[in-house]
Ligand binder design. Sequence first.
Ligand code: ADP
Ligand code: MG
Length: 610
Amino acid sequence: MTDNDAPIVGIDLGTTNSLVAYADEAGPHLIHGPAGAEDVILPSVIGFDLSGGDVTVGHTARLHAVEKPETTVHSIKRLMGRGFGDLRAESKRLPYRVLRRGCEIEERDVASVVIGEKFYTPPQLSAMILAELKRRATGYLGREVTKAVITVPAHFDDTQRQATRDAGLIAGLDVVRIVNEPTAAALAYGLDRAETATIAVYDLGGGTFDISILRIEDGMFEVLSTDGDTHLGGDDFDHCLIDLFIREVHKQFGVDITTPTIKQQLRTLAEEIKVRLSNADEAQVEIAIGPKDVYRRVIRRDEFEGMIEPLIERTIAACGRAAKAARVRVDEIDRVVMVGGSTRVPLIRQRVAEAFACAPYTAINPDHVVAMGAAVQASILSGAQRGMLLFDVTPLSLGIETMGGAMGKLIPANVRIPCKATENFTTFQDGQTAVKINVLQGEREMAKDCRSLGVFELRGIPPMPAGLPKIKVTFLIDQNGILDVTAVEERSGKNASVQIVPSYGLTRDEVKHLQEDAIAHAREDMSAHHLADVRTTVEFDLNKASGMIQKYGHLLPAGQRDELTRQLNELKELSKISDDPHAINKARMKFNHKTVPLAEIAVKESLKDS
Ligand code: ADP
Ligand code: MG
């Protein structure tokens, strides 16, 4: 994987459809499948044949989806990086079985898909799709493709990105970069080369809707906000038509056409009609009911538009929310990029144009644009083009638990990645040889209100007086949003590290919830944090003082030692019962002042010792 000349392909790993593209001197182009130049879209569907053990990916698998619901896997992207607990509601919508299954990595609440007797994790299944794309690219380029840029929705969190990388790894692909889908779409249009601009990327796919507001400045992208609907897309348009057919056939012929095989045909037919209505004012439907009966019907575009209009309005409402969250007015948005096969529907283009008061970008085929952008990114990375940088931001703050249970932020939310932050810590007790490091994500001030991403221990610190070891903790977030945490004790060189693979993912709603929660609790959290810090300092000072009293107390004038011990206990008590950080801190300083004579003795004595 150190081959610098190895080609890098760009992959759009979609919920409904996946594509692979490659950029050469002539620019990005899609790589097609065995059926010829038009065959560039690989449906993200995997079909298992239990008898022969065969696995098929793509159109064939999709055709059998309804007949063999239990052995056909679609929408696997919805499961990526999500814990079983997160998926309870989702799995009810899926025809295949999803179960919890522990795996090698401790405590991971992993959801697996059950096919026959076998369990498959979501990355394993996504890897089957990636493997097919890899095969196509290898055939096309005439050399083995081992490197790829893969796109993910902007709202994907750490775990979901990590799962996507894992899928690449399983498929034998070194994922050199994970790129946000809206960023890729903007890149495909070369918008990174434009002047400073605020752009909206409207992405309506088969089953999901995403709206992202991006800011481009000096070739750098920043995601200002995301919104959308995880269950809204072209499939819902198909269902409007299917329901119409079922209703009318029943009324006209008294026949129920909801059996699985017919349903599959209806699905294919409905999608075909929908696609035709994107280009024509009407489309003819024919369904053979019996040996003689045929259901015949002309569907007009305006009739179809009437059915899907409420769905479109939902997307427009989400656009308004996203603009608000990004703190821009809709009319301040300079450009709107259309992404996703469903944006081919004319009414959608019209409504988006009206809502943003500008003509949306539609020149690049909306179902190809993300893959094209991924290829552009890939070519930038392979050095074909230089001078362009890509940045995204951290969705939530990251930090570690400090003494006393507070959240010590190292990297705040909305910082551009890649990024790095360091902070120095020390030990708390004399002779302490290990420290536990709890990595946190969240906006609240106290560790218990944040999400723990992982805990690790730095061991083997040589025994030293408290406060002397210098422990440097470094957070490094790479371009893919994956976090590496390292801790090193600088006097001894002892070090420890973790790469964060969080135990479950956060949904868009959860991120939003966490942010709102933080705002709601800001005031009390701040004082709780302050109180925890003060108590920690007190404890530190008390430990030091009691050590000195034990060792050198007998050298103090009679009575002073007992008096100091009494004051020490008083401060200890106050720190425990009072919740006024200012009062505690005042008492601490007063106490420290009293320990000065003892400290002087301690210094003199320790000089004698050495
Ligand atoms: P995803 O990103 O979810 O994988 P895509 O962007 O590939 O999905 O979009 C797939 C959806 O686009 C499907 O519902 C498909 O029917 C729809 N679609 C594709 N072409 C057209 C068209 N010409 N008119 C309307 N819908 C279309
Ligand atoms: Mg897509």
